[in-house]
Design a protein around this ligand. Structure first.
Ligand code: HAM
Length: 429
């Protein structure tokens, strides 16, 4: 077939090979265990939702809603591929009556979709691990949620490379006053602002603080800070969060200009950032969204949570250590048609006797040398050979592929005993 006819993945969407998947799986189990260790319960929700859900929560003037969503019509229904999980978790909590005088600590993991310009660490289909805590007014929950991130970086060996920045956005009244102050300040420099910044200033002035334009950044350095517009309650809550973080030994950097790309936040917002990934350095972000449940028609309930980008963390894990991918632990070399039945039976016995042992049976009937080469390439630590003589004696030849131990010919029960002993001695099977 001509190469022009070959179908490639959609731009920004990726295929993952087994070696990549194995790192994702390590990260996913670390996230699952982390959530459980803080008393969070798993939820799952659809990938397709009403477009309206995201428009009403994330905000019409945000980048996500105004230009990054995958939307389509299903009959008369305007639908969207979910670009994030918070709005969906809130919708689900209301629909499933999870919030009636109850507190909830929930987590989810899965693909999200945003039509952004793809680059390293930024994809159009990416994966998030997210947590959402509902019903907690006290700022202790903000500290708990942040501590979870801190613990995960330690578990992954990444804590030296990820820093916490945080800010408080105050309540709605503080933000309205601050937005007006920002508009008044920047309106003095209209001629220095590009048209995109001018538009942002009109529709979503807080987002101007995110500008990468050096000229705008110089102006931001002199711009009013939100801290000066905060009400007393927000200020005290933020100080309490910072105190808890200090008590827990979680280092942080307050950033009075930190704003988020989604409109639903109030009070504490935070980002975990690394400078090892280039431009896409935010590996986890979140904050409080006390008005969101009521905004979607539920009983007024505070919320706080975060989501982390699994692809970005996987990139960091891969940069940290070379990943040796093993697609099995024991590779079974089968020499001849007659040996197949015995190979299949012995492999089943191994899987039963040693849970978690990954046994791969070679079924290509190639010469021994060729099969042993495949055994080596598989990353297996052991090969078990079954040929004519083994078959005649009802025994198996065990070869150590990653150690200089001499090969041994063993009965099935001896083979199992030797492999179990290897496992007990710390060889990962
Ligand atoms: P977000 O900041 O939009 O927040 O996304 C959270 C994280 O998802 C980012 O910090 C980044 O690691 C990852 N991410 C976002 N877009 C991409 C992309 N195109 N490619 C790869 N990774 C990406 C939220 O989604 C909120 N729902 C977080 C939250 C939960 N707030 C409260 N609860």
């Amino acid at each position: 077939m001509a190469s022009g006819n070959i179908i490639k993945p959609v731009r920004g969407m990726r295929d993952l090979l087994p070696a990549d998947v194995s790192v994702f799986q390590r990260l996913e189990s670390a996230c699952t265990e982390l959530a459980a260790s803080y008393g969070y319960s798993p939820i799952r929700f659809p990938i397709v939702e009403s477009l309206d859900l995201f428009q009403r929560t994330i905000g019409q003037a945000t980048d996500i809603v105004s230009k990054e969503m995958y939307t389509f019509l299903d009959g008369d229904n305007a639908l969207a591929l979910r670009p994030e999980g918070t709005a969906v978790a809130v919708r689900m909590a209301i629909n499933e009556s999870l919030l009636h005088n109850q507190k909830q600590r929930l987590w989810y993991m899965g693909p999200m979709f945003r039509h952004e310009r793809p680059q390293k660490g930024r994809y159009r289909q990416f994966h998030q691990f997210g947590i959402e805590a509902f019903g907690f007014q006290h700022p202790a929950i903000d500290a708990e949620v942040i501590a979870m991130g801190h613990r995960l970086w330690e578990i992954l060996g990444l804590s030296g490379e990820i820093q916490l920045t945080l800010n408080t956005l105050g309540d709605t009244a503080s933000r309205v006053a601050y937005k007006e102050a920002l508009q008044a300040y920047f309106s003095r420099y209209t001629n220095d602002l590009d048209s995109a910044t001018q538009e942002r200033l009109a529709t979503n002035p807080l987002r101007v603080l995110d500008s990468k334009d050096p000229q705008v950044r110089r102006l931001i350095a002199e711009a009013p800070v939100l801290t000066d517009y905060l009400n007393h309650a927000s200020q005290t809550a933020f100080e309490t969060v910072l105190q808890y973080l200090s008590d827990l030994g979680v280092p942080y950097q307050p950033d009075p200009y930190l704003v988020r790309g989604l409109d639903y936040y109030n009070d504490t917002v935070f980002e975990w950032v690394t400078d090892t990934l280039g431009a896409q350095g935010t590996v986890c972000a979140g904050g409080r969204y006390d008005g969101l449940v009521a905004q979607l028609g539920g009983q007024d309930t505070p919320g706080v949570g975060f989501a982390m980008g699994l692809e970005r963390l996987v990139l960091m894990m891969q940069a940290q250590a070379e990943v040796i991918y093993r697609d099995c632990d024991v590779f079974v070399v089968v020499l001849g048609e007659e040996a197949i039945s015995s190979a299949l039976g012995m492999s089943e016995a191994l899987r039963t006797a040693i849970p978690g042992c990954r046994v791969k049976v070679s079924l290509d009937c190639a010469a021994m040398k060729r099969q042993l080469k495949r055994a080596d390439q598989s990353g297996a630590r052991f090969a078990v050979v079954i040929g004519e003589s083994e078959l005649a004696e009802n025994r198996y030849t065990l070869k150590w592929l990653r150690a200089s131990t001499a090969q041994r010919t063993l009965s099935q029960s001896e083979l199992i005993a030797v492999l179990k002993e290897e496992e007990n001695n710390g060889v990962r099977l």
